[in-house]
Design a protein around this ligand. Structure first.
Ligand code: HEM
Length: 392
């Protein structure tokens, strides 16, 4: 009967008239239950105390835009700019076209789209705002080989969703609407597993094959709130964002055997368990030694060095992999778009990065090539705009 209805509909008006138009519209009595809405219909609220895209479980795809302000953009123009892009983001994240959207159909599947804005030092200066002390480029680390064209920027936009077409469309709308205020300094595309490949909540793997993100504050807990959110001034309810583009040299990583790979981090590749445990979430035992008296988790291992001894030096990591076009003679241009959020860069991030620059076996196979620090304003209520605490 279903087949008949369909072929009747395709056959056109004549067939429809023969069986009665009302019958065509009515679902057949034996119809299967309607299929669940596709994942593309899922949306994340744009409005709220904090901006979305930080505590939001990481989506599969993210594009990061580093924009530079045009010379004539003053405080008043900044407020106009942020009003426009906040409106774009509010609509697009709901699955509605932006105003004057030239491809409105592409907006209809938000797929958990979030659009997160953050300000570089020059933007805050243009707004005549009080910049937190940490809002400046990080100190130079010996491991760094930074390229200016992959570093810094005045306005950061993180566009993330579970669908790459959704991300591309939102990026295009944002870039069209920021064109008269900013120029593009850099664009970085990142990815995780495609939506549906693994169970939600599975810790991501990076391109070294490592389980990456196990020890991380849990969104929704007071612990997370303390690590991430600022509490003072126009940044109350906001945070800081460090973005580092870190090349991972897969070609030389290939020369390392499995045990060497596991030693370099201090965790097993199979399930990410510490070398002193069996399950991913087991607490590492940094005091355990081998029969010969060596630490099981080496002093040089990434997790030992990243952890440090000061429990207030913690960050929330929310990175993405990148896989670009290899330069002549090489077969990979891969790595991590390392993204971390923390209330205070100087207090929480920099000492950790300094320790890792001083000693971390992983440095043998990784090189930071881009770096930027941004202040992430709080979220806004409906009718408001991101940045209003700085710009009004
Ligand atoms: C832990 C990989 C860069 C901070 C880990 C782990 C892996 C990993 C596999 C263990 C699992 C986990 O807990 O997530 C990498 C790679 C990097 C990189 C491949 C570069 C390409 C960084 C940087 C920082 C950092 C730049 C901060 C400055 C941390 C922290 C932990 C960690 C805080 C948790 C340590 C703990 O157990 O307390 N990383 N990481 N990582 N990493 Fe990284």
């Amino acid at each position: 009967r279903r087949q008949f209805l369909l072929s009747g509909a395709v056959a056109g008006v004549g067939a429809a008239a023969a069986i009665g138009a009302d019958q065509l519209l009515r679902p057949p009595a034996t119809a299967d239950p309607p299929p669940a809405a596709p994942h593309g219909q899922e949306s994340v609220p744009f409005h709220g105390e904090h901006q979305a895209g930080i505590a939001t479980p990481a989506q599969a795809h993210a594009t990061f835009l580093g924009l530079d302000l045009r010379d004539d953009v003053d405080r008043e123009a900044l407020a106009r700019l942020m009003r426009i892009v906040s409106d774009d983001a509010a609509r697009l994240t709901r699955g509605e076209p932006a105003l004057a959207d030239s491809e409105p159909e592409l907006a209809l599947s938000p797929a958990r789209l979030t659009v997160t804005f953050a300000f570089g030092p020059r933007l805050v200066a243009r707004a005549s705002g009080v910049a937190p002390a940490w809002l400046r480029p990080l100190p130079e680390f010996t491991v760094d080989r930074l390229l200016p064209e992959l570093s810094d920027g005045d306005l950061l936009v993180q566009v993330a969703a579970d669908d790459p077409l959704t991300v591309a469309h939102a990026v295009r709308m944002i870039l069209k609407d920021t064109r008269s205020f900013t120029t593009v300094r850099w664009v970085q595309h990142g990815f995780r597993r495609a939506y549906g490949t693994e169970r939600p909540g599975t810790t991501m793997r990076n391109l070294f094959g490592q389980v990456d993100g196990t020890v991380n504050p849990e969104p929704g807990t007071t612990d997370f709130d303390e690590v991430v959110w600022c509490t003072d001034g126009w940044l109350a309810g906001g945070t800081s964002m460090v973005l580092r583009r870190i090349a991972m040299h897969l070609d030389t990583w290939d020369e390392l055997d499995r045990s060497g790979r596991e030693q370099s981090v201090g965790r097993y590749l199979g399930n990410g368990a510490p070398l002193t445990g069996t399950r991913e979430r087991d607490e590492p035992d940094f005091t355990a030694t081998t029969p010969l008296g060596f630490p099981v988790i080496g002093e040089f291992s990434h997790v030992r060095r990243a952890r440090g001894d000061d429990p207030t030096q913690r960050i929330f990591r929310r990175g993405y992999s990148f896989d670009g076009v290899p330069a002549g003679g090489e077969v990979s241009d891969s790595g991590l778009i390392f993204v971390s959020f923390q209330a205070d860069v100087d207090r929480q991030f920099t000492p950790m990065q300094q320790r890792l620059a001083d000693l971390d076996l992983l440095n043998e196979w990784t090189t930071p090539v881009g770096s930027a620090v941004f202040a992430v304003p709080p979220g806004c209520a409906e009718g408001g705009f991101v940045g209003e605490t700085l710009l009004t």
